[in-house]
Design a protein around this ligand. Structure first.
Ligand SMILES: CC(C)(COP(=O)(O)OP(=O)(O)OC[C@H]1O[C@@H](n2cnc3c(N)ncnc32)[C@H](O)[C@@H]1OP(=O)(O)O)[C@@H](O)C(=O)NCCC(=O)NCCS
Length: 232
């Protein structure tokens, strides 16, 4: 097993029984070599299909960190762990071909990855690295709902950028927890009102599925915006 000092990921947050790891995705030849060695045949094939290097690196470093973290939780060797995929591509864990009752989700952006792991199965995490100087005017018409768009239009400068990233990650964490990804049009639901006005967490229900209740948590920090959602 890999010593803690050799790892490119670290425990970052622990909230409501969900462990969140931060993965360092900056270029590092040694980390990348060790990450690739942990991937299975299908993952290696997938990694090779990336035509440019940064997404290949992000995939390999995150997937390898996920593998080790799940193996430790499930007490199994890496070569017995594999991934199955739900309809819209959300991965789940299998050991010797049998689906495991563990929830996880991961996200990568720039130099940062986040992996959320919990006993509860339906969860989603999203991270977006903050890029200074990005112009947000006109972006998001198809992503945000009415109240969200109104507040985005009113916000100016640094506040506008922060708000844009915050809303984006909150909404993406929800559609990743649900498993649909962007096959569900994100303008059909809105971030709960209290979170539009600064509250760090709130309950949420999708308008098309009001029977299920979700917890939504803003995990943003200066380096990146991030959010976690899980079913209650
Ligand atoms: C899920 C989705 C929002 C992720 O967007 P992204 O910009 O790649 O964002 P992130 O970095 O935050 O997340 C990527 C990770 O989410 C996970 N993921 C993939 N599909 C997912 C889904 N439907 N729901 C939740 N998580 C998913 C994977 O672990 C993936 O990491 P990997 O590619 O390294 O394995 C986007 O891929 C999507 O909308 N997918 C559904 C649409 C679809 O069917 N696409 C075709 C692919 S099968």
């Amino acid at each position: 097993m890999m010593a803690n000092d050799d790892r490119w990921w670290r425990p970052w947050r622990e909230t409501a029984g969900v462990t969140i790891l931060h993965v360092d995705l900056r270029p590092d030849a040694d980390h990348e070599e060790r990450a690739f060695a942990l991937l299975d045949v299908e993952e290696t094939r997938r990694a090779r299909r990336f035509v440019v290097e940064p997404p290949r690196r992000r995939f390999a470093l995150c997937r390898a960190a996920l593998r080790i973290s799940l193996c430790e939780r499930l007490d199994c060797p890496n070569d017995q762990l594999s991934f199955g995929y739900l309809e819209h591509g959300k991965p789940f864990a299998e050991v010797n071909g049998q689906r495991m009752p563990i929830g996880f989700n991961l996200s990568h952006s720039g130099g940062h990855g986040l992996i959320a792991i919990a006993a509860r199965e339906r969860l989603g995490v999203d991270v977006e690295e903050r890029k200074p100087g990005r112009n947000f005017d006109g972006i998001g018409e198809s992503v945000y709902g009415l109240a969200e768009r109104r507040l985005l239009t009113q916000a100016k400068g640094v506040r506008k950028a922060a708000f844009f990233y915050q809303l984006w990650t909150l909404k993406e964490a929800l559609i990743k927890a649900l498993g649909t990804g962007f096959t569900l049009n994100p303008s059909t639901f809105e971030v709960p009102e209290p979170m539009l006005h600064g509250k760090a967490s709130s309950r949420f229900r999708f308008p098309h599925q009001p029977e299920d209740s979700w917890q939504l948590i803003d995990l943003g920090e200066p380096r990146f915006a991030a959010a976690l959602a899980f079913q209650l």
